[in-house]
Design a protein around this ligand. Structure first.
Ligand code: FAE
Length: 535
């Protein structure tokens, strides 16, 4: 890392710590904060959300000297609770786990059909949200850093031929030559030491699963991650406080993980031009005659009370609220007549990245300690009939349940769409449970093959009823404002100047792998062009 980069990151991290220590929701280095106080209601560039697309965009805007505000509805996760920890673990979830619910909503909802996983909690601005739209629930991260706070950190660059297929109008040569390497570098992607991976306790479960896949003639691969594998090695050696090895994933990691609040965001704040406003929820936006965008934003507290509503004007507006958040804002703006020139492509082309979860019952031990960060995957993507990329996921229960879990990414051509409902001013995702069938069919074919070779069976006790495949939720919402359709080829929303989409909504429903590296690389590519041509 260059001196400039590390100085900026240091300044940004210090600003975050200061804000957390004194309970501020605005995170800024001092000079920028003063400037914002003077011109509170207008800022040149506004970014909604603080996930991957937003964080990359904010850094490049700040570097270019453009004053930028980032509005994030979740909290800053930088203050320890009464137990001395910032985040709670999966095994003992409390109010910090979940976004304003009175019970946790874990993806694995039962063991032996018993409701032993979820817990009653106090409603709070917790870090994981499960947004329900009829037959489909979408898991998203809430907080400064978006999905990076809750995810499994798997940092996968898609296969080039599949990337070319889903986004044919994007220059793949530039993506693979420049933006994917840049995104990997900025995110701090790393791989485990091969020898340690083969001998450690933390990945016994993954090695057992890998062996069964090989017995069935399937390929496997090591999966890079943003979790610091050297830190994990020291966790196993008992040298540092545990996080991945202490059942921490989906509700946040207290150590080891290079989430966006440790990478892009402090660097953006450290430019002195970017401020991040936590617990600021954008409701709507409009455009005035002179082209100014006016965003209506509610400031909330951690209990959900609305402390105030204000308007912020800006010249350049970047939507990075994630596939659901961004699409909702645009569909509402179009269908209420606020931005009437938004086209019919807004709200279309949404997909689950073919997500389906399943578990297998095993006869051999998988280990008591299971790293929460997956490091191996089954790569059957080249199969013409049943392409599947399945992460070998942990069951970090603290005891060996003689099972193994997978999140399979399949090639599901089904797409959902978003609709505005005037009766309650909401935006609804239309996705029918049957649309998940191609994912189940592909996963069933691959795991039937593994089970035949290993003499094992699927578990059908994990999802609240007796289904073996869970396709009623996704971790990987993609699309809704697809690149080249709802926007031009660099994320400029069609019909409006200086309005941009910069997150997972640009990707047409599928990446074939876990998506955040693609979202980041695409955001880097787009903002480079936008800065060169629109500012
Ligand atoms: P995202 O990260 O969702 O950020 C959007 C942000 O906008 C959030 O912080 C929202 O709170 C905020 N927001 C939304 N609406 C508003 C509003 N109206 N006003 C203000 N703020 C708003 O967007 N992907 C991988 O590549 N590897 C993994 O291992 C992986 N594991 C996952 C595990 C879990 C449990 C989950 C939930 C996801 C996982 N993902 C993984 C998916 C990944 O986190 C996701 O694709 C990205 O976070 C999406 O990035 P975006 O920039 O689109």
């Amino acid at each position: 890392m260059s001196n400039t980069h590390s100085r900026r990151r240091f300044l940004g991290l210090a600003a975050m710590q200061t804000a957390a220590a004194v309970g501020l929701t605005t995170i800024a280095t001092q000079p920028a904060a003063a400037a914002h106080r003077r011109q509170r209601d207008f800022v040149p560039a506004l970014v909604i959300g603080s996930g991957y697309g937003s964080a990359a965009t904010a850094l490049r805007l700040g570097e270019a000297g453009i004053r930028t505000q980032v509005l994030e509805m979740g909290r800053l996760w930088d203050t320890a609770g009464a137990d001395g920890k910032i985040f709670c673990s999966m095994l003992q979830p409390d109010h910090r786990s979940t976004w304003f619910q009175d019970r946790t909503e874990a993806p694995l909802s039962s063991v032996l059909w018993a409701d032993v996983i979820n817990r009653d909690i106090e409603p709070y601005a917790g870090v994981l949200d499960r947004v329900r739209h009829g037959d489909m629930s979408v898991y998203v991260g809430r907080g400064v850093g978006g999905g990076s706070l809750v995810n499994g950190g798997m940092a996968v660059t898609p296969q080039r031929d599949y990337f070319e297929e889903i986004l044919p109008s994007v220059d793949a040569g530039r993506m693979y030559g420049k933006y994917f390497p840049l995104a990997n570098r900025m995110l701090g992607v790393n791989t485990p030491d091969p020898e340690w991976l083969e001998t450690c306790d933390s990945y016994q479960y993954a090695r057992v699963s890998r062996g069964h896949a090989h017995d069935a003639g399937l390929h496997t691969t090591v999966v890079p991650n943003v979790y610091d594998f050297d830190y994990m090695r020291r966790e196993e050696a008992g040298e540092v406080p545990q996080s991945a090895l202490a059942s921490e994933v989906i509700y946040g990691n207290n150590h080891g993980k290079r989430s966006l609040d440790r990478s892009y965001l402090p660097e953006a704040i450290g430019t002195g031009n970017v401020t991040v406003h936590a617990l600021h929820r954008v409701r709507t936006f409009r455009q005035e005659q002179d082209g100014t965008y006016v965003v209506t934003v509610e400031q909330i507290d951690e209990l959900g009370n609305v402390l105030g509503t204000r308007e912020i004007g800006c010249r350049w507006l970047f939507l990075g609220a994630g596939s659901l958040g961004t699409t909702e804002l645009l569909v509402r703006a179009r269908d209420t007549g606020v931005l009437p020139r938004l086209g019919a492509a807004v709200g279309e082309g949404w997909g689950t990245n073919g997500n389906v979860m399943l578990g297998r019952a095993l006869a051999e031990p998988t280990g008591q300690i299971q790293s929460g960060m997956p490091a191996l995957g089954i790569n059957n993507w080249r199969d013409p009939k049943y392409p599947v990329f399945a992460e070998i996921a942990p069951v970090p229960a603290g005891l060996d349940l003689l099972m193994t879990l997978y999140l399979a990414i399949t090639r599901n051509p089904e797409r959902g769409r978003f609709r505005y409902l005037p009766e309650n001013d909401s935006v609804r995702l239309d996705w029918d449970i049957d649309q998940g069938a191609p994912s189940v069919e592909a996963a069933d074919a691959v795991f039937r093959r593994i089970n035949r070779a290993a003499g094992t069976e699927l578990r059908n006790d994990l999802f609240g009823d007796d289904r073996a495949f869970e396709n009623r939720f996704t971790y990987h919402p993609l699309g809704g404002c697809v690149l080249g359709e709802a926007t031009d080829l660099h994320g400029r929303v069609r019909g409006y100047r200086n309005l941009y989409v910069t997150d997972g909504s640009l990707i047409p429903g599928s990446t074939g792998v876990n998506p955040f590296v693609t979202i980041t690389a695409l955001a880097e590519r787009n903002i480079e062009r936008v800065l060169a041509e629109d500012f």
